[in-house]
Design a protein. Structure first.
Length: 395
């Protein structure tokens, strides 16, 4: 059997899922071909769709309201390879990310005669006008047919057009119609949507993709990497990152600390739990510089003082390093407002660390050892849950 996978990158959480599927298919004797918009060399024989120049031009087109209209020649080359391979299975992951000319790819997929198509819904971008997430602003303009009137569907994105995919114009209404026209051309009898959570499956059933069968495949952490580390490894990691182990350690991890991840809430947890050490992992260089300047002083963007027991950290050098941080923590806090089925809580629990999670989207479904709070925006709600696990007092 010949299997093809297409994703924006070979790294990050979706890249890890691609690698897991690849390894399983190879073990079953299949031939696997992986195509990415960005590559890091993590998969042997992987192929890149386009190059840095086609990506940058695609970004430019997106900025002027033509997201998904770039990378034409790169996508034509991809489609020629698909026709040559004539795969039994094509697995789509994130087809957004400035590397796929949508019309070219989906017209090719619609013409396949026998190929099974699995489309992994890692976010909600496929059935909205613009955004990958909508829950934090309670948007229902994308719903079809029971939601807003057709004239109002994604007519004005509540997130505006400055967030991903960024644009100088609000093109949500036009993009919604464009996606619906293209994506519903996939053959119904040979296309299966794959959701990581029951929550997202329910949302898909209310969208223009509802005619397709949708199955739930919950993501799993790589337990060959994410497992409870030895006491020696924990002490070594604590020394490396400057984390004192005398007090309970609260860890919070994100690949990108944007608004939906609620970094100010994590800082507030540190202010109100002085007998704990609170670490945020995955901060950008800009965020690290800001915290360096504001340590112990008023930080306007963080809604108050940055306390001495708050430790901001960048990304770890390797997944093994992250596993050591999970292992040394007494509790992991996941305050995300929007996540379909986040990997971070799964990885932490695989390392033996209980989780305090928000109650939004698919996050509650990830918690098997821990507590789900009732108010995702309240630092006090997370603090009360933390205290139940670690003890301690608030100020």
């Amino acid at each position: 059997m010949t299997v093809v996978q297409i994703n924006v990158s070979d790294f990050g959480s979706t890249g890890a899922i691609v690698r897991q599927i690849r390894d399983s298919a190879l073990a079953e004797g299949s031939s696997v071909h992986c195509f990415f918009g960005r590559v890091s060399g993590r998969i042997p024989d992987e192929k890149r769709v386009g190059n840095v120049f086609s990506t940058l031009f695609h970004v430019f087109l997106a900025r002027v309201g033509l997201n998904g209209h770039g990378s034409y020649f790169a996508t034509k080359k991809l489609c020629r390879e698909l026709e040559k391979l004539d795969p039994d299975v094509i697995i789509l992951h994130n087809v957004h990310g400035y590397y796929i000319h949508l019309k070219t790819l989906f017209e090719t997929l619609a013409k396949t005669k026998k190929t099974k198509i699995y489309w992994f819904m890692h976010d909600a971008w496929a059935f909205t006008g613009r955004c990958a997430y909508f829950s934090a602003v309670n948007c229902e303009q994308w719903k079809d047919p029971e939601g807003a009137a057709k004239s109002e569907r994604c007519a004005s994105c509540p997130y505006g057009h400055r967030k991903y995919p960024r644009s100088l114009l609000d093109t949500a209404k036009r993009e919604f119609a464009y996606k619906k026209q293209l994506f519903t051309t996939l053959p119904v009898d040979r296309t299966i949507l794959v959701s990581p959570s029951e929550w997202l499956k329910s949302e898909i059933s209310q969208s223009f993709l509802s005619k397709y069968r949708c199955t739930v495949r919950k993501n799993e952490p790589d337990t060959s990497v994410f497992y409870k580390r030895s006491e020696g490894e924990i002490k070594e990691a604590a020394a490396l990152y400057g984390i004192p182990l005398e007090k309970p350690v609260v860890l919070s991890v994100a690949m990108v600390w944007d608004d939906r991840k609620q970094l100010p809430v994590v800082v507030e947890i540190a202010r109100k739990l002085p007998d704990h050490t609170v670490c945020a992992v995955g901060l950008s260089k800009k965020q690290l510089r800001e915290f360096s300047r504001k340590k112990g002083k008023l930080a306007p963007s963080q809604k108050g003082f940055v306390p001495g027991n708050f430790i901001p950290l960048g990304r770890t050098a390797s997944p093994a390093g992250l596993a050591s941080l999970y292992s040394l923590a007494d509790v992991l806090v996941n305050p995300s407002l929007e996540d379909n089925y986040p990997m971070v809580p799964l990885e932490a629990q695989a390392c033996g660390t209980p989780v305090v999670s928000s109650n939004t989207c698919g996050s509650p479904e990830t918690v098997t050892n821990g507590i789900v709070v009732n108010d995702a925006r309240s630092a006090d709600a997370y603090i009360e849950a933390i205290k139940k696990i670690t003890g301690g007092t608030t100020v």
